[in-house]
Design a protein around this ligand. Structure first.
Ligand SMILES: NC(=O)C1=CN([C@@H]2O[C@H](COP(=O)(O)OP(=O)(O)OC[C@H]3O[C@@H](n4cnc5c(N)ncnc54)[C@H](OP(=O)(O)O)[C@@H]3O)[C@@H](O)[C@H]2O)C=CC1
Ligand SMILES: CC(=O)[C@@H](O)[C@H](O)COP(=O)(O)O
Ligand SMILES: [Mn+2]
Length: 395
Protein backbone atom coordinates (compact mmCIF):
# COMPACT_ATOMS: atom_id res chain seq x y z
CA UNK A 1 0.00 0.00 0.00
CA UNK A 2 1.39 3.39 -0.97
CA UNK A 3 0.88 6.36 1.29
CA UNK A 4 0.64 9.70 -0.47
CA UNK A 5 -0.03 12.98 1.21
CA UNK A 6 -0.79 14.83 -2.02
CA UNK A 7 -3.70 13.97 -4.28
CA UNK A 8 -2.84 13.76 -7.97
CA UNK A 9 -5.17 16.14 -9.83
CA UNK A 10 -6.54 14.56 -13.02
CA UNK A 11 -8.11 16.24 -16.06
CA UNK A 12 -10.12 13.86 -18.23
CA UNK A 13 -10.54 15.26 -21.72
CA UNK A 14 -13.29 13.19 -23.32
CA UNK A 15 -14.73 11.95 -20.01
CA UNK A 16 -18.01 10.81 -21.63
CA UNK A 17 -16.33 8.33 -24.00
CA UNK A 18 -15.21 4.75 -23.55
CA UNK A 19 -11.72 5.66 -22.25
CA UNK A 20 -13.08 8.59 -20.24
CA UNK A 21 -15.67 6.44 -18.45
CA UNK A 22 -13.07 3.75 -17.68
CA UNK A 23 -10.69 6.42 -16.37
CA UNK A 24 -13.36 7.51 -13.91
CA UNK A 25 -13.86 3.84 -12.94
CA UNK A 26 -10.16 3.62 -12.04
CA UNK A 27 -10.21 6.88 -10.11
CA UNK A 28 -13.27 5.78 -8.11
CA UNK A 29 -11.13 2.89 -6.76
CA UNK A 30 -8.40 5.21 -5.41
CA UNK A 31 -10.02 8.29 -3.86
CA UNK A 32 -7.03 8.69 -1.50
CA UNK A 33 -4.73 9.00 -4.49
CA UNK A 34 -6.52 10.89 -7.30
CA UNK A 35 -8.85 13.88 -7.52
CA UNK A 36 -10.72 14.81 -10.70
CA UNK A 37 -10.35 18.54 -11.35
CA UNK A 38 -11.38 18.85 -15.02
CA UNK A 39 -13.96 16.96 -17.08
CA UNK A 40 -14.74 17.64 -20.73
CA UNK A 41 -17.36 16.33 -23.14
CA UNK A 42 -18.64 17.29 -26.56
CA UNK A 43 -22.33 16.36 -26.99
CA UNK A 44 -23.22 14.24 -24.01
CA UNK A 45 -24.35 16.90 -21.55
CA UNK A 46 -26.43 14.47 -19.48
CA UNK A 47 -23.49 12.20 -18.68
CA UNK A 48 -21.14 15.13 -18.11
CA UNK A 49 -23.61 16.54 -15.57
CA UNK A 50 -23.83 13.20 -13.73
CA UNK A 51 -20.03 12.91 -13.68
CA UNK A 52 -19.65 16.48 -12.44
CA UNK A 53 -22.16 15.91 -9.62
CA UNK A 54 -20.23 12.84 -8.52
CA UNK A 55 -16.67 14.22 -8.73
CA UNK A 56 -17.26 17.97 -8.20
CA UNK A 57 -14.32 19.06 -10.37
CA UNK A 58 -13.03 22.64 -10.51
CA UNK A 59 -14.03 22.94 -14.14
CA UNK A 60 -16.21 21.22 -16.75
CA UNK A 61 -16.21 22.07 -20.43
CA UNK A 62 -18.91 21.08 -22.89
CA UNK A 63 -17.70 21.34 -26.49
CA UNK A 64 -21.07 22.19 -27.99
CA UNK A 65 -21.78 25.80 -27.01
CA UNK A 66 -25.55 25.41 -27.33
CA UNK A 67 -25.45 22.98 -24.37
CA UNK A 68 -23.84 25.50 -22.02
CA UNK A 69 -27.04 26.54 -20.22
CA UNK A 70 -28.19 22.95 -19.73
CA UNK A 71 -24.92 22.11 -17.98
CA UNK A 72 -24.64 25.40 -16.08
CA UNK A 73 -28.22 25.19 -14.74
CA UNK A 74 -27.80 21.57 -13.66
CA UNK A 75 -24.61 22.36 -11.71
CA UNK A 76 -25.89 25.51 -10.01
CA UNK A 77 -25.57 23.93 -6.54
CA UNK A 78 -21.92 22.92 -6.80
CA UNK A 79 -18.84 25.11 -7.11
CA UNK A 80 -17.74 23.74 -10.47
CA UNK A 81 -17.04 26.35 -13.14
CA UNK A 82 -18.80 25.60 -16.44
CA UNK A 83 -17.38 26.61 -19.81
CA UNK A 84 -18.35 25.78 -23.38
CA UNK A 85 -16.91 25.70 -26.86
CA UNK A 86 -13.84 24.48 -28.66
CA UNK A 87 -11.63 27.38 -27.46
CA UNK A 88 -12.65 26.65 -23.87
CA UNK A 89 -11.31 23.11 -24.31
CA UNK A 90 -7.94 24.58 -25.28
CA UNK A 91 -7.95 27.06 -22.39
CA UNK A 92 -8.79 24.29 -19.95
CA UNK A 93 -5.78 22.33 -21.19
CA UNK A 94 -3.53 25.28 -20.33
CA UNK A 95 -4.79 25.71 -16.77
CA UNK A 96 -2.78 25.00 -13.64
CA UNK A 97 -5.60 23.05 -11.96
CA UNK A 98 -4.43 19.58 -12.95
CA UNK A 99 -1.26 17.45 -12.81
CA UNK A 100 -2.06 14.85 -15.47
CA UNK A 101 -4.34 14.98 -18.50
CA UNK A 102 -5.93 11.79 -19.75
CA UNK A 103 -6.24 12.69 -23.44
CA UNK A 104 -9.32 10.68 -24.40
CA UNK A 105 -10.98 12.84 -27.04
CA UNK A 106 -11.40 10.87 -30.24
CA UNK A 107 -9.74 11.88 -33.51
CA UNK A 108 -8.22 15.09 -34.81
CA UNK A 109 -10.41 17.10 -32.39
CA UNK A 110 -8.04 16.03 -29.62
CA UNK A 111 -4.98 17.57 -31.25
CA UNK A 112 -5.24 21.18 -30.11
CA UNK A 113 -6.14 20.64 -26.44
CA UNK A 114 -3.40 18.00 -26.18
CA UNK A 115 -0.90 20.29 -27.86
CA UNK A 116 -1.73 23.09 -25.39
CA UNK A 117 -1.06 20.70 -22.53
CA UNK A 118 2.24 19.64 -24.10
CA UNK A 119 3.25 23.30 -24.52
CA UNK A 120 2.58 23.84 -20.82
CA UNK A 121 4.84 20.92 -19.92
CA UNK A 122 2.01 18.80 -18.48
CA UNK A 123 2.09 15.08 -17.91
CA UNK A 124 -0.21 13.35 -20.39
CA UNK A 125 -1.74 9.89 -20.47
CA UNK A 126 -2.31 9.64 -24.19
CA UNK A 127 -5.20 7.58 -25.55
CA UNK A 128 -5.85 9.95 -28.47
CA UNK A 129 -3.45 8.29 -30.93
CA UNK A 130 -4.55 10.59 -33.79
CA UNK A 131 -2.64 13.45 -32.14
CA UNK A 132 0.68 11.67 -32.73
CA UNK A 133 -0.38 10.34 -36.13
CA UNK A 134 -1.17 13.84 -37.39
CA UNK A 135 1.59 15.87 -35.76
CA UNK A 136 3.97 13.49 -34.02
CA UNK A 137 7.07 15.40 -35.07
CA UNK A 138 5.77 18.72 -33.74
CA UNK A 139 4.32 17.24 -30.54
CA UNK A 140 7.44 15.29 -29.58
CA UNK A 141 9.69 18.28 -30.38
CA UNK A 142 7.48 20.51 -28.21
CA UNK A 143 7.46 17.95 -25.41
CA UNK A 144 11.27 17.89 -25.34
CA UNK A 145 11.32 21.68 -24.97
CA UNK A 146 8.57 21.95 -22.35
CA UNK A 147 9.46 18.80 -20.39
CA UNK A 148 6.01 17.32 -20.97
CA UNK A 149 5.95 13.58 -20.26
CA UNK A 150 3.75 11.59 -22.65
CA UNK A 151 2.73 8.23 -21.21
CA UNK A 152 0.92 5.79 -23.49
CA UNK A 153 -2.61 4.63 -22.68
CA UNK A 154 -3.20 2.76 -25.96
CA UNK A 155 -2.88 -0.89 -24.88
CA UNK A 156 -0.11 -1.87 -27.35
CA UNK A 157 2.01 1.14 -26.50
CA UNK A 158 1.48 0.70 -22.80
CA UNK A 159 2.70 -2.89 -23.29
CA UNK A 160 5.81 -1.74 -25.15
CA UNK A 161 6.43 0.96 -22.56
CA UNK A 162 6.26 -1.67 -19.81
CA UNK A 163 8.60 -4.00 -21.76
CA UNK A 164 11.09 -1.13 -22.10
CA UNK A 165 11.27 -0.39 -18.38
CA UNK A 166 14.90 -0.81 -17.32
CA UNK A 167 16.11 -1.28 -20.92
CA UNK A 168 18.31 0.95 -23.06
CA UNK A 169 16.41 2.32 -26.07
CA UNK A 170 19.38 1.74 -28.37
CA UNK A 171 19.18 -2.01 -27.61
CA UNK A 172 15.79 -2.28 -29.37
CA UNK A 173 15.80 -4.35 -32.54
CA UNK A 174 12.09 -4.05 -33.24
CA UNK A 175 8.69 -3.36 -31.73
CA UNK A 176 6.03 -5.98 -32.48
CA UNK A 177 2.48 -4.72 -32.14
CA UNK A 178 -0.24 -7.30 -31.76
CA UNK A 179 -3.54 -6.94 -33.66
CA UNK A 180 -6.72 -8.82 -32.83
CA UNK A 181 -7.54 -9.01 -36.55
CA UNK A 182 -10.94 -7.47 -35.83
CA UNK A 183 -14.38 -8.95 -36.57
CA UNK A 184 -13.45 -9.82 -40.19
CA UNK A 185 -10.30 -11.81 -39.52
CA UNK A 186 -10.12 -14.70 -42.01
CA UNK A 187 -12.55 -13.03 -44.44
CA UNK A 188 -11.69 -12.16 -48.04
CA UNK A 189 -12.58 -9.00 -49.96
CA UNK A 190 -15.69 -10.51 -51.57
CA UNK A 191 -17.01 -11.35 -48.07
CA UNK A 192 -16.77 -7.67 -47.16
CA UNK A 193 -18.61 -6.20 -50.14
CA UNK A 194 -21.96 -5.95 -48.38
CA UNK A 195 -21.10 -5.63 -44.73
CA UNK A 196 -22.51 -2.63 -42.85
CA UNK A 197 -21.70 -0.66 -39.68
CA UNK A 198 -23.49 -3.10 -37.37
CA UNK A 199 -21.18 -5.96 -38.50
CA UNK A 200 -18.02 -3.84 -38.26
CA UNK A 201 -18.94 -2.52 -34.80
CA UNK A 202 -18.76 -6.03 -33.29
CA UNK A 203 -15.17 -6.13 -32.04
CA UNK A 204 -14.23 -9.63 -30.83
CA UNK A 205 -12.27 -8.56 -27.72
CA UNK A 206 -12.72 -4.90 -26.86
CA UNK A 207 -15.72 -2.67 -26.17
CA UNK A 208 -14.65 0.74 -27.53
CA UNK A 209 -15.96 3.88 -29.19
CA UNK A 210 -17.28 3.62 -32.75
CA UNK A 211 -14.35 5.24 -34.58
CA UNK A 212 -11.58 3.07 -33.15
CA UNK A 213 -13.80 -0.02 -33.53
CA UNK A 214 -14.20 0.61 -37.27
CA UNK A 215 -10.44 1.27 -37.51
CA UNK A 216 -9.84 -2.10 -35.85
CA UNK A 217 -12.15 -3.82 -38.33
CA UNK A 218 -10.29 -2.28 -41.31
CA UNK A 219 -6.82 -2.77 -39.73
CA UNK A 220 -6.30 0.99 -40.04
CA UNK A 221 -6.01 1.01 -36.25
CA UNK A 222 -2.85 -1.09 -36.41
CA UNK A 223 -1.39 1.20 -39.05
CA UNK A 224 -2.16 4.28 -36.95
CA UNK A 225 -0.57 2.51 -34.00
CA UNK A 226 2.65 1.90 -35.96
CA UNK A 227 2.89 5.65 -36.58
CA UNK A 228 2.05 6.33 -32.93
CA UNK A 229 4.85 3.93 -31.90
CA UNK A 230 7.39 5.68 -34.08
CA UNK A 231 6.89 8.93 -32.17
CA UNK A 232 6.43 7.49 -28.69
CA UNK A 233 9.54 5.32 -28.82
CA UNK A 234 11.69 7.22 -31.33
CA UNK A 235 12.35 4.22 -33.59
CA UNK A 236 12.73 3.93 -37.38
CA UNK A 237 9.80 2.69 -39.48
CA UNK A 238 11.64 -0.56 -40.30
CA UNK A 239 11.83 -1.32 -36.56
CA UNK A 240 8.03 -1.53 -36.25
CA UNK A 241 6.03 -4.64 -37.13
CA UNK A 242 2.54 -5.92 -36.47
CA UNK A 243 1.24 -9.47 -36.12
CA UNK A 244 -2.29 -10.81 -35.67
CA UNK A 245 -2.87 -12.35 -32.24
CA UNK A 246 -6.60 -13.12 -32.08
CA UNK A 247 -6.83 -13.58 -28.31
CA UNK A 248 -5.56 -10.05 -27.43
CA UNK A 249 -3.78 -11.42 -24.35
CA UNK A 250 -0.28 -10.40 -25.41
CA UNK A 251 -0.71 -6.66 -25.82
CA UNK A 252 2.59 -6.17 -27.69
CA UNK A 253 6.24 -7.15 -27.64
CA UNK A 254 9.77 -5.79 -27.94
CA UNK A 255 12.60 -7.72 -29.56
CA UNK A 256 16.07 -6.67 -28.41
CA UNK A 257 19.33 -6.91 -30.34
CA UNK A 258 20.35 -10.13 -28.61
CA UNK A 259 17.16 -11.78 -29.94
CA UNK A 260 15.28 -11.74 -26.61
CA UNK A 261 11.57 -10.92 -26.92
CA UNK A 262 9.69 -9.39 -23.99
CA UNK A 263 5.88 -9.41 -24.03
CA UNK A 264 3.28 -7.84 -21.76
CA UNK A 265 0.19 -9.93 -21.08
CA UNK A 266 -3.15 -9.54 -19.38
CA UNK A 267 -6.86 -9.76 -20.03
CA UNK A 268 -8.13 -7.18 -22.55
CA UNK A 269 -9.24 -4.43 -20.16
CA UNK A 270 -8.30 -0.80 -20.79
CA UNK A 271 -8.49 0.04 -17.10
CA UNK A 272 -5.05 -1.53 -16.66
CA UNK A 273 -3.13 0.69 -19.12
CA UNK A 274 -5.15 3.72 -17.94
CA UNK A 275 -4.27 2.96 -14.31
CA UNK A 276 -0.60 2.37 -15.17
CA UNK A 277 -0.35 5.77 -16.90
CA UNK A 278 -1.97 7.40 -13.87
CA UNK A 279 0.22 5.68 -11.28
CA UNK A 280 3.51 5.38 -13.22
CA UNK A 281 6.20 4.65 -12.13
CA UNK A 282 4.30 2.80 -9.40
CA UNK A 283 1.80 -0.05 -9.73
CA UNK A 284 -1.40 0.03 -7.72
CA UNK A 285 -2.70 -3.10 -6.04
CA UNK A 286 -6.28 -3.70 -7.05
CA UNK A 287 -9.03 -6.01 -8.20
CA UNK A 288 -8.88 -5.72 -11.98
CA UNK A 289 -9.62 -9.11 -13.61
CA UNK A 290 -6.76 -11.63 -13.82
CA UNK A 291 -5.84 -13.86 -16.75
CA UNK A 292 -6.89 -17.44 -16.00
CA UNK A 293 -4.43 -20.00 -17.41
CA UNK A 294 -6.91 -22.83 -16.71
CA UNK A 295 -9.54 -21.38 -19.08
CA UNK A 296 -7.30 -20.22 -21.91
CA UNK A 297 -5.88 -23.01 -23.99
CA UNK A 298 -3.85 -21.21 -26.65
CA UNK A 299 -2.18 -18.02 -27.75
CA UNK A 300 -1.76 -17.91 -31.53
CA UNK A 301 -0.23 -15.66 -34.19
CA UNK A 302 -0.97 -14.99 -37.88
CA UNK A 303 0.30 -12.73 -40.63
CA UNK A 304 -1.79 -9.65 -41.44
CA UNK A 305 -3.81 -10.20 -44.64
CA UNK A 306 -2.88 -7.01 -46.49
CA UNK A 307 -4.86 -7.99 -49.64
CA UNK A 308 -8.10 -7.96 -47.68
CA UNK A 309 -7.16 -5.01 -45.47
CA UNK A 310 -5.32 -2.45 -47.68
CA UNK A 311 -5.79 0.28 -45.04
CA UNK A 312 -2.90 -1.30 -43.18
CA UNK A 313 -0.63 -0.79 -46.21
CA UNK A 314 -1.83 2.78 -46.71
CA UNK A 315 -0.88 3.57 -43.13
CA UNK A 316 2.45 1.80 -43.51
CA UNK A 317 3.14 3.89 -46.60
CA UNK A 318 2.35 7.02 -44.55
CA UNK A 319 4.67 5.82 -41.79
CA UNK A 320 7.57 5.48 -44.24
CA UNK A 321 6.87 8.67 -46.22
CA UNK A 322 6.38 10.88 -43.16
CA UNK A 323 5.94 14.66 -43.51
CA UNK A 324 2.29 15.60 -44.03
CA UNK A 325 1.24 12.16 -45.33
CA UNK A 326 0.13 10.68 -41.97
CA UNK A 327 -1.96 13.84 -41.46
CA UNK A 328 -3.59 13.27 -44.89
CA UNK A 329 -4.14 9.60 -44.10
CA UNK A 330 -5.80 10.47 -40.80
CA UNK A 331 -8.07 13.17 -42.25
CA UNK A 332 -9.23 10.97 -45.13
CA UNK A 333 -9.75 8.05 -42.75
CA UNK A 334 -11.89 10.15 -40.38
CA UNK A 335 -14.06 11.25 -43.32
CA UNK A 336 -14.29 7.69 -44.63
CA UNK A 337 -15.18 6.18 -41.24
CA UNK A 338 -17.87 8.81 -40.60
CA UNK A 339 -19.31 8.14 -44.10
CA UNK A 340 -19.22 4.38 -43.52
CA UNK A 341 -21.06 4.76 -40.22
CA UNK A 342 -23.72 6.79 -42.07
CA UNK A 343 -23.81 4.12 -44.78
CA UNK A 344 -22.66 6.60 -47.42
CA UNK A 345 -19.69 4.43 -48.44
CA UNK A 346 -19.09 0.73 -48.28
CA UNK A 347 -16.46 -0.91 -46.09
CA UNK A 348 -14.04 -1.57 -48.97
CA UNK A 349 -14.57 1.90 -50.45
CA UNK A 350 -13.00 3.47 -47.37
CA UNK A 351 -9.57 2.40 -48.66
CA UNK A 352 -10.33 3.91 -52.09
CA UNK A 353 -11.18 7.26 -50.53
CA UNK A 354 -8.05 7.28 -48.34
CA UNK A 355 -5.70 6.03 -51.07
CA UNK A 356 -6.94 8.54 -53.62
CA UNK A 357 -6.67 11.44 -51.16
CA UNK A 358 -3.11 10.41 -50.33
CA UNK A 359 -2.20 10.21 -54.00
CA UNK A 360 -3.36 13.74 -54.89
CA UNK A 361 -2.08 15.72 -51.90
CA UNK A 362 1.37 17.30 -52.43
CA UNK A 363 4.14 16.16 -50.09
CA UNK A 364 5.37 18.55 -47.38
CA UNK A 365 8.38 17.78 -45.24
CA UNK A 366 8.41 20.07 -42.16
CA UNK A 367 5.10 21.47 -40.92
CA UNK A 368 4.03 24.12 -38.45
CA UNK A 369 0.74 23.77 -36.57
CA UNK A 370 -0.92 26.02 -39.18
CA UNK A 371 0.43 23.80 -41.96
CA UNK A 372 -1.07 20.73 -40.27
CA UNK A 373 -4.41 22.48 -39.88
CA UNK A 374 -4.44 23.50 -43.54
CA UNK A 375 -3.33 20.05 -44.69
CA UNK A 376 -6.03 18.38 -42.58
CA UNK A 377 -8.73 20.64 -44.04
CA UNK A 378 -7.61 20.16 -47.62
CA UNK A 379 -7.44 16.39 -47.26
CA UNK A 380 -10.90 16.35 -45.66
CA UNK A 381 -12.34 18.31 -48.59
CA UNK A 382 -10.86 15.91 -51.12
CA UNK A 383 -12.05 12.86 -49.20
CA UNK A 384 -15.52 14.36 -48.67
CA UNK A 385 -15.88 15.08 -52.40
CA UNK A 386 -15.19 11.41 -53.13
CA UNK A 387 -17.70 10.29 -50.56
CA UNK A 388 -20.40 12.59 -51.88
CA UNK A 389 -19.90 11.41 -55.42
CA UNK A 390 -19.80 7.82 -54.18
CA UNK A 391 -16.76 7.46 -56.40
CA UNK A 392 -14.99 4.13 -56.56
CA UNK A 393 -11.35 4.57 -57.45
CA UNK A 394 -9.19 1.55 -57.92
CA UNK A 395 -5.85 2.00 -56.21
N1 LIG B 1 -11.93 2.85 -26.34
C1 LIG B 1 -10.81 2.19 -26.22
O1 LIG B 1 -10.78 1.11 -25.60
C2 LIG B 1 -9.54 2.72 -26.81
C3 LIG B 1 -9.48 3.99 -27.35
N2 LIG B 1 -8.30 4.49 -27.81
C4 LIG B 1 -8.25 5.84 -28.35
O2 LIG B 1 -8.76 6.74 -27.38
C5 LIG B 1 -9.46 7.82 -28.00
C6 LIG B 1 -10.88 7.86 -27.45
O3 LIG B 1 -11.54 6.69 -27.86
P1 LIG B 1 -12.96 6.24 -27.27
O4 LIG B 1 -13.00 6.54 -25.82
O5 LIG B 1 -13.17 4.87 -27.74
O6 LIG B 1 -13.93 7.23 -28.05
P2 LIG B 1 -15.45 7.58 -27.74
O7 LIG B 1 -16.09 7.89 -29.04
O8 LIG B 1 -16.05 6.56 -26.87
O9 LIG B 1 -15.32 8.93 -26.88
C7 LIG B 1 -14.82 10.09 -27.45
C8 LIG B 1 -14.81 11.24 -26.46
O10 LIG B 1 -14.38 12.41 -27.17
C9 LIG B 1 -15.40 13.42 -27.08
N3 LIG B 1 -15.43 14.13 -28.36
C10 LIG B 1 -15.91 13.65 -29.54
N4 LIG B 1 -15.77 14.59 -30.50
C11 LIG B 1 -15.23 15.67 -29.91
C12 LIG B 1 -14.88 16.97 -30.38
N5 LIG B 1 -15.07 17.36 -31.65
N6 LIG B 1 -14.33 17.84 -29.50
C13 LIG B 1 -14.14 17.49 -28.20
N7 LIG B 1 -14.47 16.28 -27.69
C14 LIG B 1 -14.99 15.38 -28.55
C15 LIG B 1 -16.67 12.67 -26.81
O11 LIG B 1 -17.64 13.52 -26.20
P3 LIG B 1 -19.24 13.23 -26.27
O12 LIG B 1 -19.42 11.76 -26.15
O13 LIG B 1 -19.76 14.00 -25.08
O14 LIG B 1 -19.74 13.78 -27.56
C16 LIG B 1 -16.17 11.57 -25.87
O15 LIG B 1 -16.01 12.07 -24.58
C17 LIG B 1 -9.40 7.54 -29.51
O16 LIG B 1 -8.33 8.26 -30.07
C18 LIG B 1 -9.11 6.04 -29.58
O17 LIG B 1 -8.40 5.67 -30.74
C19 LIG B 1 -7.14 3.77 -27.73
C20 LIG B 1 -7.15 2.51 -27.23
C21 LIG B 1 -8.35 1.87 -26.75
C1 LIG C 1 -7.66 -1.59 -26.80
C2 LIG C 1 -6.81 -0.95 -27.80
O1 LIG C 1 -5.70 -0.55 -27.53
C3 LIG C 1 -7.32 -0.84 -29.18
O2 LIG C 1 -6.58 0.07 -29.95
C4 LIG C 1 -7.22 -2.24 -29.70
O3 LIG C 1 -5.86 -2.45 -29.97
C5 LIG C 1 -8.03 -2.50 -30.87
O4 LIG C 1 -7.81 -3.80 -31.27
P1 LIG C 1 -7.18 -4.22 -32.65
O5 LIG C 1 -5.96 -4.99 -32.32
O6 LIG C 1 -8.28 -5.04 -33.24
O7 LIG C 1 -6.91 -2.99 -33.45
MN1 LIG D 1 -4.62 -0.12 -29.33
Amino acid sequence: MNHHSELIRVAVFGSTGSIGIQTLDVIRQYPERFKITVLTAYENADLLIRQAKEFEPDLVVIGREEKYHQVKDALINIETIVAAGVKALEHAAEMGVYDIMIAAIVGYAGLRPTMKAVEKGKKIGLANKETLVVAGELITRMAKISGSEILPVDSEHSAIFQCLEGEKLNNIEKLILTASGGPFRGKKKYDLERIGPADALKHPNWDMGAKVTIDSASLMNKGLEMIEAKWLFDVRPDQIEAVVHPQSIIHSMVQFEDGCIKAQMGVPDMRLPIQYALSYPERLAGKLPRFDFDCSSQLSFEKIDTDTFPNFLLAKDALYRGGNIPCVLNAANEVAVAAFLLQNVGFLQMSDVIGHTMSVMPFMEQLSLDDYIECDQEARQIAASLVKKRTVINI
